[in-house]
Design a protein around this ligand. Structure first.
Ligand code: C2O
Length: 454
């Protein structure tokens, strides 16, 4: 369980000494400050009486002036709260920063990833929805959350959204610390839906008790979108770095998409979680998961403690749904045989696909963008890519990665080519893989590989 006194002390020290993850973000805005979430009440499932409403897409947001005006006012209010108010955008960003600073409370790179971010979205949604009438000047005066208001989902895998969502480029939704050019073609997240319920760790991430490890939903387009929206290296720019990512209002829209894929997968798999019973041991896959306890501040400033048990049933307890979970085609999975760095399947089809790589060992620096390389007729060819967003990761950490694979890469699978992985040259971010100059890279090291076609 998170020890908040320890967090507060660390933030206080960081603030006073001006070290660690405290940043100064221009115009005299001090980022950070003490986290205040004391005397929590336990979150009670059933206490939220709003009707269940849909979180719609950013395209729907752009086409709906009423909703867009509400979003603009809600985020303007979050920017207007005192920077030490837990409802301020500053403190929302600070909370995310603290929960990604490593150590015992880290919520990335383990099976905490999906659950913590679901809670974060829920409380931020309530804060925004209680300020949709904000006058635009002075201190916000929140009203009880609007029953129908929900945040928007940036469905970045849809071909209809090749660009940064236009609704987030104006007013309080705009963040000047973004990349000016957004590169949308970061791959499809929906192949993650193919992960079978028998392997919840591939979908959720690995147990903290086993030193963690990140799931396909984290090591797929999730990371790439962060990096193409902000800068990952100094000077850190909001979405591009975990310490600042949640200072950008598009953060919740981005994570809405991750949460949507989780919700669809839950619906398809009878709510399997790390707390479900592993038939091979007759005990939960990760018995500790359900006991994670996190604190969040609600719209009226009340602090709540919440555990994964309260958020599995997102529709009943958190009062939202997502569009068209049910209508998706089941992705097709093809298990690839692995022998050393050689991957082979005679049955691999001819189209671009996604490749799930389990327990992938990553060459230094362990995070950033990577190219998947196939050796074809003695030549190293870039045939895929993926991105790992986050802290430099231990080489030994378990992780499942969702990579894109070009038709040439799929053809290489058919012949049983050997594969390698190399960090993408720093200046190639956002460029098509075909133009990346490729050197040999480190031979691919995985325990299993699966080809997924939609
Ligand atoms: Cu908490 Cu997308 O990161």
């Amino acid at each position: 369980m998170a020890n908040f006194d320890a967090i507060e002390r660390r933030q206080f020290v960081a603030g006073v000494l001006g070290v660690g993850s405290t940043f100064v973000l221009g115009a005299g805005t001090a980022f950070g400050g003490p986290l205040v979430c004391r005397s929590p009440k336990p979150f009670r499932p059933g206490s939220d009486k709003r009707p269940i409403a849909e979180r719609r897409t950013v395209e729907a947001l752009a086409a709906n002036p009423v909703w867009k005006a509400q979003m603009l006012k809600g985020y303007a209010a979050m920017r207007a709260f005192h920077p030490n108010d837990p409802r301020s955008l500053n403190q929302q960003g600070n909370l995310h920063n603290v929960m990604c600073s490593g150590g015992a409370i880290e919520v990335h790179q383990s099976d905490r990833f999906l659950a913590w971010h679901r809670c974060f979205l829920y409380f931020q949604e309530r804060i925004v929805s209680s300020n949709i009438h904000y006058s635009g000047s002075g201190a916000p005066t929140p009203k009880p959350p609007d029953p129908k208001f929900r945040l928007a989902v940036w469905d970045w895998e849809a071909t209809s959204t090749p660009l940064f969502p236009s609704a987030f480029t104006t007013g309080s939704l705009h963040d000047p610390r973004r990349h000016s050019a957004y590169y949308a073609n970061e791959g499809n997240i929906l192949p993650a839906l193919s992960v079978p319920a028998t392997n919840p760790f591939e979908f959720y991430g690995y147990p903290v008790g086993g030193a963690g490890g990140s799931p396909v939903l984290e090591n797929g387009p999730h990371g790439a979108i962060h990096m193409s929206t902000g800068l990952q290296t100094a000077p850190y720019k909001d979405m591009g770095n975990l310490s600042t990512a949640a200072l950008d209002p598009v953060f919740c829209a981005h994570h809405g998409n991750i949460d949507r894929v989780w919700a669809c997968w839950q619906d398809a798999h009878n709510n399997v979680t790390p707390n479900s019973i592993d038939p091979s041991t007759s005990s939960p896959f990760d018995a500790a998961w359900i006991h994670n306890t996190w604190r969040f501040t609600d719209w009226d400033g009340q602090c709540y403690s919440i555990t994964p048990a309260s958020i599995i049933d997102y529709k009943q307890n958190l009062r939202y749904t997502y569009p068209d979970c049910g209508k998706r085609r089941e992705p097709r999975r093809l298990v690839i045989s692995v022998s050393g760095s050689r991957l082979q399947s005679a049955e691999a089809g001819g189209e671009a696909a996604s490749l799930i790589l389990n327990d992938l060992q990553i060459p230094a620096p362990g995070y950033g963008r990577f190219v998947v390389i196939a050796s074809i007729n003695g030549e190293s060819r870039p045939v895929g890519r993926f991105a790992l967003f986050g802290h430099p990761m231990a080489m030994v950490m378990r992780r499942s990665v969702l990579a894109t694979l070009s038709p040439e890469g799929v053809a290489a699978l058919r012949t049983g080519a050997s594969f390698a992985v190399a960090p993408e040259p720093a200046d190639s971010g956002g460029l098509d893989i075909q133009v990346v100059r490729v050197t040999g890279g480190a031979p691919l090291k995985v325990t299993a590989a699966t080809l997924v076609a939609l």
